[in-house]
Design a protein around this ligand. Structure first.
Ligand code: SF4
Length: 338
């Protein structure tokens, strides 16, 4: 197994109190696999990605859990007694870019505007590898070729690239050392659908070529529908359902997953009215008791407010955190009239 996240819990301290951003999250990824991590904005997806790469801000605290990468615990050695992360722990520094890369949300902000993109990729190469400037330039040209950017654009500044080119340059930067795992945070948000499709298919080709595993963090279910092997659906810091993408789409076992999917059109399935989820995601400072989704769930019953739902293994293979997962899958769960 490449990545094994076990019972990870992350909090943030803010002036209003404690934000429970990630609660007891576990997930696994094998070599070459793609996991789509989906959910509404603010559900903890990005925090989970940043916890794996140890890029959390200073006010974050790891309360519990482990991140195993290639069988080695890469998180525990960095955690101080108060739960914060050591700034520059040697272990993770050597893994970042070499073994685990991140494609950051919003490529315009991820690049430094006062340096050329070529200089920034060159730095990512030469900080980890003892190569000459000429060898590094050759590698950048190779990567630009791979992501479809003409090499005469290497010395341009970020503002001289279109949004799609910047995103592809970010992908090139993530690939500099052929990492085993790429965590891509909203890699196609803010791009038009044509460019989205192009970027996703380029990422897919590159991934297959190098057998790279990928975690795609997105609020857009359609982004992962055709690209991911597995899906994990997050809500209010918890994973509500996870499993093979076909199983979760065909035999949904969690009301939140069902509600999230109902908001996206299915071009191949029967025509249905698109539904939005009523209400807003909860405050993670004071999340609702029991199942955090209960105030918005069409099936919620009194037990949902009173008790945390258990994680259940379904016969179809996926895991679901709901008191009524089996009934939902069997089609016997009735909505509550409010
Ligand atoms: Fe809905 Fe209850 Fe299941 Fe939560 S536990 S998703 S509130 S039915």
């Amino acid at each position: 197994m490449l990545l094994d996240v076990k019972n990870l819990t992350v909090n943030f301290t803010i002036k209003d109190g404690m934000v429970h951003a990630v609660e007891n999250v576990s997930l696994q990824l094998d070599e070459g696999e793609t996991l789509g991590l989906v959910g509404e904005s603010g559900c903890g997806k990005t925090t989970l990605g940043y916890a794996i790469t140890q890029l959390l801000p200073d006010n974050a605290r790891i309360i519990g859990g482990k991140v195993m990468f290639k069988g080695k615990d890469i998180l525990t050695p960095s955690i101080k007694k108060n739960g914060s992360l050591e700034g520059y722990q040697a272990e993770i520094r050597s893994l970042r870019w070499n073994e685990i890369s991140m494609i950051f949300q919003g490529a315009m902000n991820a690049f430094n505007p006062v340096y050329t993109i070529g200089d920034q990729i060159d730095e990512a190469i030469r900080i980890h590898k003892d190569v000459t400037k000429e060898e590094s330039l050759e590698r950048i040209k190779e990567l630009y070729d791979l992501v479809g950017i003409p090499s005469d654009r290497i010395n341009n500044y970020p503002h001289e690239y279109s949004g799609g080119m910047r995103q592809r340059a970010m992908i090139a930067m993530a690939l500099v050392h052929n990492p085993s795992l790429i965590i891509a945070d909203e890699p196609t948000t803010a791009l038009d659908v044509i460019m989205q499709r192009r970027i996703l298919s380029e990422m897919n080709k590159i991934q297959k070529k190098f057998d790279t595993a990928m975690v795609i963090i997105t609020h857009d279910v359609s982004v992962v529908a055709n690209t991911a092997d597995k899906i994990a659906v997050m809500y209010a810091g918890m994973i509500m359902e996870q499993g093979k993408i076909g199983d979760v789409f065909k035999r949904t076992s969690n009301p939140y997953t069902e509600a999230l999917f109902a908001g996206f059109p299915n071009l191949r399935g029967e025509r249905k009215e698109l539904m939005s989820i009523p209400g807003d995601p909860p405050s993670l400072v004071n999340p609702p008791s029991g199942c955090h989704f209960h105030p918005r769930c069409r099936y919620a019953k009194s037990i949902c407010q009173e008790q945390d739902p258990p994680i259940q293994q379904m016969e179809t293979g996926q895991l679901s955190q709901c008191h009524f997962a089996k009934e939902l899958q069997a089609g016997t769960l009735r909505r509550e009239v409010r």
